[in-house]
Write a protein that binds this ligand. Sequence first.
Ligand SMILES: Nc1ncnc2c1ncn2[C@@H]1O[C@H](COP(=O)(O)OP(=O)(O)OP(=O)(O)O)[C@@H](O)[C@H]1O
Ligand SMILES: [Mg+2]
Length: 340
Amino acid sequence: MSVNAMASESSDVLVEIRDLVIGIQRTRKDRLLIVESANFDIRRAEILGLVGESGSGKTMVCRSLIGTLKRRSASIFAGTIKFDGMDLAKLEERQWRSVRGSRIGYVPQSALTGANPVMTVGKQLGEAIRRNRKRKEKDVRRRVMELLELVHIRRPEVVYDQYPHQLSGGMRQRVMIAAAITQDPDIVVADEPTTGLDVTVQAEIMKLLKEIRSELKMSVILVSHDLALIDEVCDRLVVMHAGTCVEVGSVSAVARTPLHPYTIALNRSRIDISTPGAPLITIKGNPPAVGEWPAGCRFSDRCDFVQQDCTVGRNPVLVEVRPNHWSACLHAERLGGTSE
Ligand SMILES: Nc1ncnc2c1ncn2[C@@H]1O[C@H](COP(=O)(O)OP(=O)(O)OP(=O)(O)O)[C@@H](O)[C@H]1O
Ligand SMILES: [Mg+2]
């Protein structure tokens, strides 16, 4: 089955990303490609994890979903992002205003950069609520309180009048999640929402995202470096390496039978906290830099299973190797079952 047929018949699909190419137009003739073939679906009310090493293009993909690539001087060169009859890849800034925030919410990596430091929590959330329609002041306040309770902020009446710097990191991130869901969006994009928070707070934020998905039936796209965290919360996974999606499947299928050597390597390089003194295994080499992608598979020179045909031709595309389990490895069939 080709990637273009990837679950497109399913009514479960909320967003369909196909052959997405993102990059930077450096001069009239010179383009730097950053993401070359992003291909995956976001299903209704699922938590979809996006993993991969630093620089693999995860944030670029997130930005394409909220229409903020321009802020990084990047743009979409090709491909489609179908969402509710629209192609987000072709939306003008004017059209984004009725999608960003209202249909697709965003939780930033750092709640400190995301929040306005000179506005109280109540004011910020109130503004977000009023953004698309007029409401009576008392209704806005009631809705802010509801949201603060929904994200489990203790003493919401106190927090309402506080400034972001008066809150702990975890509380700030809860407020950012509340801000992302003010308009009852279909999807929340959370790009490493727990970076810099301690482990217990991370777990609480993840629990909150899960609750929101279940209670409000929203889809969540969750970017993380932390595979353990992803396993815990996500339904499906997209693994990115060097600007491409190399594996897509359910969390259980990807954990049980990873079908790409990069995923196998990622799994091996997890920190094993259950065995004190266990050696830290790293993936050999570095991911190829943007603009310096080799011929053939971009993981080939780091791969333990490399064959001659892996280093020539075009970068392999995703193929459905098992039902609903996709891999961009030419030799995926031979890997099936290699989880160690
Ligand atoms: N304006 C730019 N000019 C040149 N390269 C850029 C620019 N913006 C991003 N890049 C490069 O694009 C690549 C992908 O960036 P992106 O931020 O999407 O990675 P990421 O997977 O989110 O990484 P991280 O896990 O570190 O957040 C990186 O190698 C980055 O250096
Ligand atoms: Mg990033």
